[in-house]
Ligand binder design. Structure first.
Ligand code: UN1
Length: 515
C-alpha cells in the first residue's frame, strides 16, 4: 500500500472493518456469495488497488435467493417492534464503526472524510428512524356500507427486496432501503456498485455481529457482487421489489424489466438540480449553498447543484462572489481535512467531465471559472478535476443532461415565473431551491405553479436532504421515494380486510342474490 494511505490510517480502518485479505484474491464479508471473477477496487484518491473481490455467479445468486427465502419465513413472524430492536442494535454498531467506515467510504469512493462520516451518520439516523417506525406501520380503518361489518387495511412484508446501489453513496442508500425493509419484515439482497464493493463488505461485517448475537438467520441480509447480478434480480419473480439507484439510462431498463414481470421498483435516478437566486437573496447564504451544492462530493451527488438561475440585478455580484470562492477551493486528497474537493470516481468520469465542458463551449457557453484535470504531486490517480463554472443557456443540450462532475451552469432571469419555468424545463425532477427573503417569491416557488421536483427548498441548497423526509424525484428521476415520511409503504403490501360479524350475508352495492 502507498504511504499516503497509511498516513491517513486506511490500513487500520480496513482491518477494523474486517477486510483483511488485501490483494490476496478475495475479500469477502459475512453472507456474501462469491465464487466468480475478480472485481478490483481501486481508490480514486491515489490509484491504489485496495483489494480484490470476487463476483457472484449464477449459482451464488441462486444460493443467496434460497437463503433469503428461508430467512423470510421466520423473520416475517418476528413482531415488528422486535425487528426494530435489531435495527436499533445495528445503529449502535454503526456508531462504533463510524470513523473507519467513514474513512473507507472516503478512500474507496473519493468524497471528503467529512462527507464520508456524514454518510455514516445518515445510516445511524435512518436506523433511529426505523426503530420508531417499527411501532407505526399503520393501516386505516373505514366504515363498511354493510351492517355488522368491519373494514380495515393492514400492511404485510413483501418478501425479498433487491437493492442495487450506486458508487456515490456506497453505504447510506443501502441503509435507507435495508433498515426500512427490515422493520417491515422483508429480507434484502444487496448488489453494491462494482466501483465500491468493499463498502458493501464492510457493512455486512458490521451488521453480522448483531444478527449473530440475536440468532437471526443471516439470509436476512445477503450481499452479492458483480454487474450480471443486476439483471438476475430484475428478471427474478422471487423479488417482488427492486430498489435501484443510478443513472436514468440504466433505470429505464430496470423499470421496464421489472414491470414486465409485474414487480415493483423504487427508482432514484438522475437529477439536474437548480438554485434560483432571487434579487432578495442573502448572498452569503447563497455562497455556501451553491458552492457546497456544486462541488461537494466533487459534483457526484444526484442532488448536486448543476444550474444557478440568477436574477439579472444580482447576477454580476453573484458571479464575482462565486469566482472568488472557487479560487479558494483546495483540491486534493479527501482524507486531508484541508481539502474541499476530492477526486472523481474514475478516469471515465474525468473524460465525461472534459467532454461536457467541450460540448458546453461548442454550444456557445462562456467559461467563467476554467476547469481542467489536476496534474502533479498528489494527483497521480488522474481523477482530480477543477470545479468549473460556465455561463450557459438552459436549452443547451449539455445543460439538459446530468454530468456527474463539478460543472455549474449559470444563467440569468428577470422574472420569477420565467426562472421557475427554466428550473422545471429539464427532463429530471429531483431537487430544487430558491434563495429569497421575499415571502411571495418563496410561496410561489413552493406552490402548484412552482417547482416540479420531489424536493423543493428555501434558503438551503439542493443537496444534503435529511432522512426524515421522503427522498426522491419526478419525471426522469423515476418517481421513487425512500427514507423518511411514509416511504416505508413501498416495502409492504397493502391488504384490505372486511369482516362480517353478523348472521346475514348482505352483498355490497345492494345487489340481491336470493337463493
Ligand atoms: C444521492 O446522491 O444518491 O440529499 C443521495 C443528499 C444526500 C443523499 C444523496 N442526503 O444530498
Amino acid at each position: 500500500m502507498a504511504t499516503l494511505t497509511d498516513q491517513f490510517g486506511i490500513q487500520e480502518a480496513l482491518s477494523k472493518l474486517g477486510i483483511q485479505e488485501i490483494n490476496e484474491g478475495t475479500s469477502t464479508g459475512s453472507n456474501s456469495f462469491a465464487n466468480g471473477e475478480i472485481i478490483e477496487s481501486y481508490s480514486p484518491v491515489d490509484g491504489t488497488l485496495i483489494a480484490k473481490v470476487k463476483a457472484s455467479t449464477q449459482e451464488d445468486y441462486e444460493a443467496a435467493v434460497a437463503k433469503a427465502q428461508e430467512a423470510f419465513k421466520s423473520w416475517r413472524l418476528v413482531p415488528a417492534p422486535k425487528r426494530g430492536e435489531i435495527v436499533r442494535q445495528m445503529g449502535e454498531e454503526l456508531r462504533k464503526y463510524k470513523e473507519p467506515l467513514g474513512q473507507l467510504v472516503s478512500y474507496e469512493m473519493g468524497k471528503s472524510l467529512q462527507e464520508g462520516l456524514g454518510e455514516v451518520q445518515e445510516m445511524i439516523d435512518i436506523c433511529d428512524f426505523a426503530v420508531g417506525l417499527s411501532r407505526q406501520l399503520y393501516g386505516l380503518t373505514m366504515h363498511s356500507e354493510r351492517p355488522m361489518h368491519r373494514m380495515y387495511e393492514q400492511y404485510h412484508p413483501v418478501g425479498i427486496v433487491g437493492i442495487i446501489s450506486a458508487f456515490n453513496f456506497p453505504v447510506a442508500v443501502w441503509s435507507w432501503n435495508a433498515m426500512l425493509a427490515w422493520v417491515c419484515g422483508d429480507v434484502c439482497i444487496w448488489k453494491p456498485s462494482e466501483k465500491t464493493p468493499l463498502c458493501g463488505i464492510a457493512c455486512q461485517n458490521i451488521i453480522k455481529t448483531v444478527l449473530e448475537r440475536n440468532n437471526i438467520p443471516e439470509g436476512v441480509s445477503c450481499l452479492i457482487n458483480g454487474r450480471d447480478n443486476g439483471d438476475r434480480m430484475n428478471t427474478d419473480k422471487r423479488l417482488p421489489l427492486v430498489s435501484f439507484t443510478g443513472s436514468t439510462r440504466v433505470g429505464r431498463h430496470v423499470s421496464k424489466t421489472v414491470a414486465e414481470r409485474f414487480g415493483n421498483t423504487i427508482l432514484e435516478l438522475g437529477g439536474n438540480n437548480a438554485i434560483i437566486v432571487s434579487e432578495h437573496a442573502d448572498i452569503n447564504m447563497v455562497l455556501v449553498g451553491a458552492v457546497f451544492g456544486a462541488v461537494g462530493t466533487a459534483g457526484q451527488r444526484c442532488t448536486t447543484t448543476r444550474r444557478l438561475i440568477v436574477h439579472e440585478s444580482v447576477y454580476d455580484k453573484t458571479i464575482e462572489v462565486l469566482k472568488s470562492a472557487y479560487g479558494q477551493l483546495k483540491i486534493g486528497n479527501p482524507l486531508d481535512s484541508n481539502n474541499h474537493v476530492g477526486p472523481l470516481i474514475d478516469k471515465d468520469s474525468v473524460q465525461n467531465y472534459l467532454d461536457a465542458i467541450e460540448k458546453a463551449k461548442q454550444e456557445g457557453g462562456n467559461v467563467i471559472v476554467e476547469g481542467g484535470v489536476m496534474q502533479g504531486e498528489g494527483y497521480e490517480s488522474g481523477c482530480y478535476v477543477k470545479p468549473c463554472i460556465i455561463e450557459a443557456k438552459n436549452s443547451f443540450e449539455i445543460v439538459q443532461h446530468e454530468t456527474f462532475a463539478p460543472i455549474l451552469y449559470v444563467m440569468k432571469y428577470n422574472d420569477l415565473e420565467e426562472a421557475i419555468a427554466m428550473q422545471n424545463d429539464v427532463p429530471q425532477g429531483l431537487s430544487s431551491s430558491i434563495f429569497t427573503s421575499n415571502m411571495r417569491e418563496m410561496e410561489l416557488f413552493l406552490s402548484h405553479a412552482g417547482s416540479d421536483c420531489g424536493i423543493a427548498n428555501v434558503n438551503i441548497g439542493t443537496s444534503g436532504a435529511e432522512i426524515g423526509g421522503a427522498f426522491g424525484g419526478e419525471k426522469e428521476t423515476g418517481g421513487g421515494r425512500e427514507s423518511g415520511s411514509d416511504a416505508w409503504k413501498a416495502y409492504m403490501r397493502r391488504q384490505t380486510n372486511t369482516i362480517n360479524y353478523g348472521s346475514e350475508l348482505p352483498l355490497a352495492q345492494g345487489i340481491r342474490f336470493d337463493l
